[in-house]
Ligand binder design. Structure first.
Ligand code: FEO
Length: 396
């Protein structure tokens, strides 16, 4: 195997997962994902995070290929989600004297997921650990992505081991560092990773960005995706934009439709938005496009217009799934429009209005509810809704 180094004695130990269809068993990953672990070989040897359990055997072999019969002295646990903690038990079994490095919350998770940890080093904000030449510093960044999450900063080589923060979907297909890769490929994958996984915690991400700003960081080594050593601003500026809900003046129109009547309303609205000069309009059928992609576009565009037919006196189930996910994410600061079809007893629009109340976005127009085929009166209202949305976006 090639040995990929971040610094003289710091190794990348990553694995590409092209088998898993759904990350966290929810989010589609057609381009896969990488799990990145790092090994620092100094007077003491430290691992920073591990890998998903399917890679344990080779992972242990690769560590041994680098360090021979020396033991791993420290296992630094930045984050306990099992895509990174999956090999903790295997490391502990192979290197029984290893010291687990984490914070108060980390060790509770180790016990609940794997075993009762005994040999531990509890660290707090600003705590340091010397391995020899390399001096590590720890900073807590809770909720980016779990409560125990922290980062490890190598003061000697100025490398930030950032955990999920600044990570990306997409495997590392040969290229590992940002300057080895055409980043166009990651433009979508990194945003989708952020919006799907970390997007619920935008305020926490903002806090983390500000907290880490004083560090002199020359390299960012996340647990997923490329290692950033040349154009750190590429990823930092994007994370900053997304985590402040800084959106562009476009509109997502999503609908759930069984026989095409609600879809027709969506098409009318989209065309009128275009007539008004809105260039970024994305129309999605909630039954076909996974929430992962729609949520991603909600982080891009300020306008969101959602329609649902009635389905057994309720919202169309696939729209309901999307709406529930948006509410769960707590996405802020959007313009909203609502439409749908009453069929024989309503349920779509009525429940979308409950969503409108909960999410507290700026409702630009009264909800529009047709009965059956789209007729002149509701057609005109669809035009009005699109105009109201365009007015808001164009005056902003
Ligand atoms: Fe990549 Fe939150 O684990």
């Amino acid at each position: 195997m090639h040995q990929v180094k971040l610094a003289e004695n710091t190794y990348y130990l990553g694995y590409n997962d092209r088998r898993t269809h759904l990350f966290e068993n929810i989010w589609p990953i057609p381009h896969g994902v990488s799990y990145n672990s790092y090994l620092i070989v100094d007077e003491k040897i430290a691992l920073v995070d591990t890998v998903e359990r399917q890679f344990i055997d080779d992972y242990l072999d690769q560590i041994e290929a680098i360090i021979g019969d020396r033991p791993v002295d420290y296992l630094i646990i930045n984050h306990m989600e099992p895509d990174h903690s999956g090999a903790i038990k295997a490391i502990k079994t192979k290197y029984p004297e290893v010291t687990l490095v984490g914070n108060k919350k980390t060790f509770g998770f180790v016990e609940s997921f794997y075993f009762k940890p005994e040999n531990t080093l509890e660290v707090h904000d600003g705590a340091t650990l010397e391995l020899g030449e390399v001096k590590l510093q720890f900073q807590m960044i809770p909720m980016v992505h779990w409560p125990e999450t922290m980062v490890t900063y190598d003061e000697t080589n100025k490398i930030l081991f950032s955990g999920d923060a600044f990570g990306s979907y997409g495997t590392l297909d040969g290229g590992v560092f940002d300057d080895e890769i055409n980043l166009d490929f990651y433009e979508v994958e990194i945003m989708r990773y952020f919006t799907n996984i970390v997007g619920k915690y935008c305020p926490h991400t903002q806090r983390a960005i500000k907290k880490l700003a004083p560090l002199d960081i020359k390299m960012i080594a996340a647990t997923h995706g490329p290692i950033w050593r040349t154009d750190l601003d590429w990823v930092l500026s994007r994370y900053n934009k997304w985590s402040t809900y800084d959106t562009d003046p476009g509109v997502i129109v999503v609908y759930g439709s069984m026989y095409g009547n609600t879809q027709k309303m969506a098409e009318v609205i989209a065309r009128q938005l275009s007539e008004r000069g809105i260039k970024d309009i994305r129309v999605y059928d909630a039954s076909k496009t996974h929430s992962s992609y729609i949520i991603n576009d909600i982080f891009k565009y300020k306008g969101f217009i959602v329609g649902s037919c009635a389905y057994n006196n309720a919202m169309f189930p696939n729209v309901q799934t999307l709406i529930t996910t948006i509410e769960h994410m707590g996405i802020k600061d959007h313009y909203l429009g609502v439409f749908g079809n009453y069929a024989w007893n309503g349920g779509g629009v009525k429940n979308l209005m409950k969503f409108a109340e909960n999410i507290k976005w700026d409702l630009v127009h009264d909800p529009i509810e047709e009965k059956g085929a789209l007729k002149k009166d509701k057609f005109e209202q669809c035009i009005d809704l699109a105009n109201a949305m365009a007015d808001k976006l164009l005056q902003a």
